[in-house]
Each structure stands twice: as C-alpha cells, then as structure tokens.
Design a protein around this ligand. Structure first.
Ligand SMILES: Nc1ncnc2c1ncn2[C@@H]1O[C@H](COP(=O)(O)OP(=O)(O)OP(=O)(O)O)[C@@H](O)[C@H]1O
Ligand SMILES: [Mg+2]
Length: 361
C-alpha cells in the first residue's frame, strides 16, 4: 500500500477547474515533486492534502485512511510555505518547540527532541536567536525543523526556496536532500523550477492546467518527455516537425521538414503517415567543423546562425536547412576560450537515432 493515494481528485472554484481528475500515489520515504507553471494547480492540490480545501470529487487516502472527514490539525501532515511564518517574538528553540508544547509533551522530552531537530538542520548554535537575527535560508531551516519536530507522516513544501537567491537556493537544495534522507519522512514538494525538481526528486509529476502530464523519475522526464508541453517546459529542447515514413521494429524513419529522412526510436503511438515532432536535447547533438557520423547517426551540414555564451557552455544555433534551426551546445572546457565557432561558420552536426524521441501530441 502506498503512503499517500490520490484518486481522481477534482477541485473547482466556481466554474473554473483548478485540479482536474488527478490520480497518483506517493510511497513512504519518497521525495515527490509537483512541477508545473504558475496557475497549474500545484498549491490547490497541496492544500487538499493538508486539509485546507476539500476535493469536489475523488479521494485522498493516507496510510489507507480516507482523509475527507479529518480536519487539518488531526492529519499527520505539516506544510512549509515560501514565507517562513515563524513567530517573530519567539526564539528559534521556542519556535521549534511550539508544536510539542501545544501537544502537551513534558519539558525534558521537548528539550531533547528540539536539540535533535536543530542538529538535523544545523542550527544548534542558533537556538537563542530570534527570527529577525537570521538569514532567509536559516529562517527556512527553522520553519522546516518546526514542521518536522513531531515527526509527521508527510511534509508538504510549497516553493520553500523561492524567496532565496540562486546561490543560497543551491546550498539549501543539497541540505534538503540530505535532511530528507536523514529523517526518512515523505516529502511532497511543489515548485515551478524544473532544475530544482530534477535535482531534488525521486519522482516528479509534471502538471499543466490541473492535470498530470507525465509522472516519472527525473531522468525519464528529462530524457523522454511524453509530449510537447513536457519537452518545452523541462529545459531546452529542439522540437523539429516531421512525418513518419516507415516503421521497422524499434526504429522508424521520419521525414524531417526541410531536412529529409532521419531515423529515430519507434514511438508506440506513431503510425506511418502521422505527423509529429522530434524532441532532441541540445547536448545530445554533436557539432564540429566536420563530423564523421556513424551509421546510427543523422548527419547534416549547416551554418552557425547565432551563438550564446553562457559561461560554462556556449549555445550554437545551427541552420541545417532553410529556416530549420538545431540548437546545440558545447562545454567551454579549454581555459580562456568562450566559443569554438562564430556566426556564419560552416559546421556539421550529428545525433544518434536514439538521442531523442518522436512526439505525437
Ligand atoms: N480560492 C480560490 N478561488 C478562486 N480561484 C482560485 C482559488 N485558489 C486558486 N484559484 C485558481 O486556481 C488555479 C490554480 O491555482 P494554484 O494556486 O493551485 O496554482 P499554482 O500551480 O500553485 O501556481 P503558482 O506557481 O503561481 O503558485 C489558478 O488559476 C488560481 O487563480
Ligand atoms: Mg502555488
């Protein structure tokens, strides 16, 4: 049995459907992420898990128990929000101890439990400080410690790092991964940041317009997006129009618009004559002055249309046919070299038949 079962859950606000028939399971000990653009229904789904909203249809089960009649404070679930919501007049220790005091724990037990949690979030030395004496990242760690202090079954986190700057966010991501491993509590994490989702999660549900578009492990979500929405939303992706010409077992031939035939992996949904898109990540495309392609690769001559220097890598947009641009990238792995090619350079590109996937929707 899964720890959390969400079955056909629907939530409407007036005639607007914010969550549209979502079903998914979260396993005990999992770091599970809901990822999607603003307004796709992530927070609404999380609020139903916490009990702040009731589904109009469907069921939410925790440990096999139907939650519909269980009020928020009776659920073994806590939520961490973007705004830390700490008590400003209480010290770090008192903030973390608060849920235990409310639950009537005796003093000695509270003290040892708070010590343990402060150690987990590496704030042992900060127990007597007040929230205004902490950085944003430290405040968020206090909020997380407070949410974990009575060992909930489920911790919900709604964009907890989005108020932090990029560097601190990366540090906190690593801390969250370690903390979750250490405490072993199941996390349901909400973010609209695809990099964060890929870095943190055991599994990701990609949402759009209240529905789950794809649910899988990060490397499948990134490497084999199921449709154009997921391909576009997760990282950079070439989406090249084409028509299926023939299917031969695991390999099919696609007539790419303007470019001609390329071979790619067979998609179960594809039929001969069907049009669709080849989704191809930039880093899967080889680019060089000349490329010796193997029999397993598609190969094109082209011209650099634009370059974009990003520091660690440079992006090269290569025009392989009139109006058809293929995005490629190279790491800047030679000291002092910002780019290997310039606008209008003649180059060649190649990619393996299994480098991308053919999308029919
Ligand atoms: N109480 C409410 N009354 C009416 N509409 C609501 C209510 N709460 C949410 N909505 C609408 O439901 C949709 C989903 O909102 P939700 O807050 O779940 O999105 P989200 O995915 O969390 O977005 P964000 O990334 O911006 O936080 C939005 O269009 C929102 O305007
Ligand atoms: Mg939200």
């Amino acid at each position: 049995m899964s720890l959390l079962e969400i079955k056909n859950v629907v939530k409407r606000f007036g005639d607007y459907t914010a969550v549209n028939n979502v079903s998914l399971n979260v396993e005990a000990g999992e770091f599970f992420t809901l990822l999607g653009p603003s307004g796709c229904g992530k927070t609404t789904l999380l609020r139903m898990l916490a009990g702040f909203e009731q589904p109009d249809e469907g069921q939410i089960l925790l440990d096999g128990q139907d939650m519909s009649r269980v009020p928020p404070e009776k659920r073994p679930v806590h939520t961490v929000f973007q705004s830390y919501a700490l008590f400003p007049h209480m010290s770090v220790r008192d903030n973390v101890a608060f849920p235990l005091k409310m639950a009537g724990w005796d003093k000695a037990r509270i003290e040892s439990q708070v010590d343990e949690l402060l150690e987990d979030v590496r704030l042992t030395a900060f127990g007597n400080r007040f929230p205004h004496e902490l950085s944003g990242g430290q405040r968020q760690r206090v909020a997380i410690a407070r949410a974990l202090v009575d060992r909930p079954r489920l911790l919900l986190l709604d964009e907890p790092l989005s108020a932090l700057d990029a560097k601190l966010r990366e540090d906190m991501q690593i801390e969250l991964i370690n903390l979750q491993k250490e405490v072993g509590i199941t996390f349901v994490y909400v973010t609209h940041d695809q990099g964060e989702a890929l870095a943190l999660s055991h599994r990701i549900a990609v949402m759009s317009h209240g529905q789950v578009e794809q649910l899988d492990i990060p490397e499948k979500i990134y490497g084999f997006p199921k449709n154009r929405f997921v391909a576009d939303f997760i990282g950079q992706c070439n989406v090249l129009e084409g028509t299926v010409k023939s299917i031969d077992g695991q390999v099919m031939t696609v007539d790419l618009k303007g470019c001609g035939d390329v071979r790619c992996q067979t998609t179960p949904a594809a039929k001969v004559g069907q049009s669709g898109w080849l989704a191809l990540r930039p880093e899967k495309v080889r680019i060089d002055k000349t490329v010796v392609a193997s029999g397993e690769e598609a190969h094109f001559k082209g011209r650099v249309h634009d370059c974009l220097y990003l520091g660690d890598v440079t992006i090269y947009m290569v025009e392989v046919a009139e109006g058809v641009l293929v995005e490629t990238m190279l790491p800047n792995n030679i000291p002092g070299v910002a780019k290997f090619f310039d606008d209008n350079d003649e180059v060649e590109v190649a990619w393996r038949f299994d480098a991308g996937s053919f999308l029919t929707e």
